[in-house]
Ligand binder design. Structure first.
Ligand SMILES: Cc1ncc(COP(=O)(O)O)c(C=O)c1O
Length: 414
């Protein structure tokens, strides 16, 4: 199946795969613009999960019976599919976790707690999601290391001069979000990786908003670690990934202990299993892993380049529409500059929460709040923003519906 038409997505065709998009509320069709929080799931993914439960449900790695063998093969091959999807060398570099947050914590605990100490520094950006910001903040507090933040400019771009100033020989880890979930900024992570590596530091890339929406090749970026969540890319909840360079994962101690992650256990000591199982203790999210692999195949068939173009086009269109109104403030790079498929905005007279609740009456789903970037919102001088975030099945017409709904909210609030 190829659903992209040269450089444009065949959105009408794609929408047929998503049963939830047919929903109506009081006769009004759903307009789902909350994809930054989680995407909808196509039939192909729902069917793959359902087929596992219906026909070969069993625990993996433990049984010699047919069902367990089938489940084990499917689960292990899911790691291969994900490895291909992000250009990793093989399944050894792909650890299944439950989400981006767990992947961040895995590295922070397994690597950070052992390697960091007083005098060491972790460099983050001012636009980090709490998943990385809070995690590294805590690890720094526990180890005596210091966390530092690369500034952003007035249009939400990373100040690379400041990055070069902050990243020094004291830096042990740079943790940077690839695409900001609040600003839509696409950060130059491969440039950051070069700077980090020049100082013998590692780079952890938060790919939660980038892997679902554009081609991401971990070797091209030269990421040491990269995390993302399956549920934001047509996969099920409970499916997350930590990519790590093989030699780094080999050197690291496990994060969680227990069954499956061991090779040999005696009363005296235990030896760890080979990669990636060393980091997957206990019964994993089998159905979710299988569903995630199906989601990777689904997105691959559409074409990640086409998806990135579609995302950018919708964001540009939304920015242009918002620019028609004097009372709307948008955040992040201005119209004309490439960005991720989301726009955060505020309207002078209407609080973001009120706005999101009123436009829900029009069956338009957006998000309001701090989007797990409270320090960034403090910096922007706002307590909350509304955010419309787009995906492969969204259209310009849906953005028009959003704009009309906002107009009505404006009338209500005078
Ligand atoms: C940039 C970014 N990082 C991390 C996360 C955390 O993802 P999860 O909640 O799936 O762990 C999100 C989720 O919104 C995100 O947008």
């Amino acid at each position: 199946m190829t659903v992209s038409e040269s450089d444009h997505l065949d959105v009408e065709r794609i929408r047929e795969d998503f049963p939830i998009l047919d929903r109506e509320f009081d006769g009004t069709p759903l307009v789902y613009l909350d994809n930054g929080a989680t995407s909808q799931k196509p039939d192909q993914v729902i069917d793959a999960i359902s087929e596992y439960y219906r026909t070969y449900n069993a625990n993996v790695h433990r049984g010699l019976h047919h069902l367990s063998q089938e489940a084990s093969i499917a689960y292990e091959e899911a790691h291969d599919t994900v490895a291909d999807f992000i250009g990793a060398e093989g399944r050894e570099e792909i650890v299944f976790t439950k989400n981006t947050t767990e992947s961040e914590n895995l590295v922070a605990y397994a690597w950070g707690l052992r390697e960091l100490g007083p005098g060491d520094e972790v460099v983050l950006t001012e636009m980090e999601h709490h998943a990385s910001l809070v995690t590294w903040q805590q690890i720094c507090e526990r180890t005596g290391a210091e966390d530092k933040y690369i500034r952003i400019d007035d249009e939400g771009r990373l100040d690379m001069d400041h990055a070069r100033e902050l990243i020094t020989d004291d830096t042990q880890m740079v943790s940077a979000v690839h695409v900001s979930n609040t600003l839509g900024t696409i950060n130059p992570v491969s440039e950051l990786a070069d700077i980090a590596h020049d100082h013998d530091a590692y780079i952890f890339v938060d790919g939660a908003q980038s892997v679902p929406t554009r081609p991401v090749d971990v070797q091209a970026i030269d990421a040491d670690f990269l995390a993302f969540s399956g549920h934001k890319m047509c996969g099920p909840t409970g499916s997350g990934v930590l990519y790590g360079k093989r030699h780094l994962l080999e050197e690291m101690e496990p994060f969680l202990y227990g069954g499956d992650m061991i090779e040999k256990v005696t009363f005296e000591e235990s030896r760890w299993n080979e990669l990636p199982w060393k980091f997957e203790a206990g019964t994993p999210n089998i159905a979710q892993g299988i569903g995630l692999a199906e989601a990777c195949d689904y997105l691959d068939d559409i074409g990640m380049e086409s998806i990135a173009r579609h995302e950018n086009e919708l964001a540009q269109y939304a920015l242009e529409r918002f620019a028609e109104f004097d009372d709307v403030e948008t955040f992040g790079p201005p119209v004309g500059e490439k960005r991720g498929g989301l726009v955060s905005f505020n309207i002078d007279s209407v609080h973001a929460h009120d706005l999101s609740s009123i436009i829900n009456d029009y069956a338009v789903a957006i998000r309001a709040g701090d989007h797990c970037t409270q320090p960034l919102h403090d910096k922007l001088g706002v307590a909350a923003t509304a955010r419309a975030s787009f995906y492969i099945y969204n259209t310009r017409e849906e953005i028009d519906v959003l704009i009309d709904a906002i107009d009505d909210a404006r009338q209500i609030f005078g």
